[in-house]
Design a protein around this ligand. Structure first.
Ligand SMILES: [Zn+2]
Length: 98
């Protein structure tokens, strides 16, 4: 007589007892959860790196445009009343860039 085997839906492992079958399902679910968390961490790190590069590229483009503007017109100043822009001017000024 052939003994009934329980097959784990995740790893397809075959088990002779319901207890072993249940433990396999729980272990497989835990492994899947850990793998997904690791993948998510890698994905978030890659997104962060890409966003950082995007900011650096935009900054370098800004610097190139600003530099050409200064070459052609002598100086560059943000013309707005925004406090953020005023702070940006202050920083650029303190760095000797404007
Ligand atoms: Zn399993």
């Amino acid at each position: 007589m052939t003994k009934k085997l329980y097959t784990c839906p995740y790893c397809k492992g075959e088990h002779e007892t319901p207890g072993s079958f249940a433990r396999c399902i729980l272990d497989c679910e835990e492994k899947i959860k850990i793998e997904e968390e690791a993948k998510q961490k890698v994905k978030l790190a890659a997104e962060k790196e890409a966003r950082y590069k995007e900011v650096i590229d935009a900054y370098e483009n800004f610097e190139e445009l600003r530099s050409k503007y200064v070459d052609d017109y002598g100086s560059f100043t943000f013309k707005t009343r925004s406090a953020d822009i005023d702070m940006c001017n202050l920083i650029l000024n303190s760095l000797g860039l404007i």
